[in-house]
Design a protein around this ligand. Structure first.
Ligand SMILES: Nc1ncnc2c1ncn2[C@@H]1O[C@H](COP(=O)(O)OP(=O)(O)OP(=O)(O)O)[C@@H](O)[C@H]1O
Ligand SMILES: [Mg+2]
Length: 330
């Protein structure tokens, strides 16, 4: 955003005979106190009136000229200050609007996840029993030495498919449990390093590099096992979507505004997440990865929500995806 050029004569109001209006302009300061913008506008209007009075007053021409110059100087300072205040106000407004949008999306996602969770729990429960039966009959057929080899091979395939389905149902049931974090002090940077160590084989296989940037001594109250799971899912996704030799960066920082927040960023150098699917990637079973179940980010979202935080996806600088988790610093 472009900012107005400062006026080249900023020292004028400090002189002893500076007009009261200029002193008022200095007192307002660069902050955004309530009424700051309107106070500046009122000051500018008062100074413009004073300039008019000075120009039309009966003073000697030289003094008259100097006073007009002085007032003009002060007026430009006030206008400059007004511009900067307005710019700060716009930045603040844009930040708040973004936060409102994110919160709104978060609430919609939470509601939809709860509905999906309830439905999934019911369906999973219904599927489980017949699935157990299929597995049992398939294993009996597989072991039946009197049957043909072909039937035994087919029975083995049915058994494999049933086991896979059982695994999906189990994951679904796990997912439907609402996470209840047990808060204790933990180091997000150390947990990120833990997650990277647990993924060492996957990272090596991909030829990717994972780097954690963050202060290990920064401590946060969160559920360490859950936070590790968040990082595991995000780093694992980043590695899976990295090109060979691509770098995955985990960055941790503390932000103070408006209340302290722990910001965890995971970025990669892959293709990124296309804008049109960004709202869907956090829903269960949304997957565009061959072999993916589509539960990783749904779990991340649930855990982050249980910590009263938010997770968003965007573009990494240059190329790739950037996932940002924001957790209240407690
Ligand atoms: N870093 C990333 N870069 C590009 N796309 C991503 C990235 N992370 C996630 N995605 C997209 O979001 C989808 C959902 O991710 P999610 O982790 O929930 O599921 P998954 O990785 O497909 O399967 P699972 O994690 O259950 O094994 C992915 O299939 C992929 O399309
Ligand atoms: Mg995943």
């Amino acid at each position: 955003m472009a900012s107005p050029q400062p006026h080249p004569h900023p020292s004028a109001p400090t002189e002893p005979d500076a007009p009261a209006t200029a002193a008022a302009a200095v007192a307002i300061g660069p902050g955004l106190e309530s009424g700051g913008v309107s106070a500046l506008a009122a000051t500018a209007a008062a100074m413009a009136a004073a300039i008019g009075a000075a120009a039309g007053g009966g003073e000697a021409p030289a003094a008259d000229h100097a006073r007009t110059e002085q007032l003009l100087d002060d007026l430009l300072r006030v206008i400059d200050q007004y511009g900067r205040t307005l710019e700060q106000w716009r930045e603040l407004e844009a930040r708040y609007l973004q936060q409102i949008r994110e919160k709104d999306e978060q609430i919609q996602r939470k509601t939809r996840l709860e509905e999906l969770g309830a439905m999934a729990a019911g369906v999973a429960h219904e599927i489980r029993n017949p699935l157990g039966g299929i597995q049992l009959w398939a294993s009996l057929l597989e072991r039946d030495q009197e049957g043909s080899a072909n039937v035994r091979r087919i029975a083995a395939k049915i058994g494999d498919a049933a086991r896979h389905l059982n695994h999906v149902v189990q994951e679904l049931l796990d997912f439907t449990h609402v996470p209840r974090p047990v808060f204790e002090p933990c180091s997000p940077a150390a947990l990120a390093r833990d997650a990277a160590a647990l993924l060492a084989a996957e990272i090596a296989q991909r030829g990717a590099r994972v780097r954690v940037e963050g202060d290990d001594t920064l401590s946060l109250r969160a559920d360490p096992a859950m936070l590790r799971q968040v990082l595991l899912n995000l780093v694992s996704n980043a590695v899976q979507h990295s090109p060979a030799g691509g770098r995955v960066l985990v960055r941790l920082r503390r932000e103070e505004t408006p209340t302290p927040v722990c910001v965890l960023e995971v970025s990669d150098e892959g293709e990124g997440v296309p804008a049109e699917i960004r709202s869907q990637v956090f829903y269960p079973f949304f997957s565009r990865r061959p072999g993916g179940t589509g539960l990783g980010l749904a779990i991340v979202s649930r855990i982050v929500t249980a910590h009263a935080g938010a997770v968003t996806v965007g573009d990494a600088p240059g190329r790739g995806a950037l996932f940002t988790v924001r957790l209240p610093w407690r």
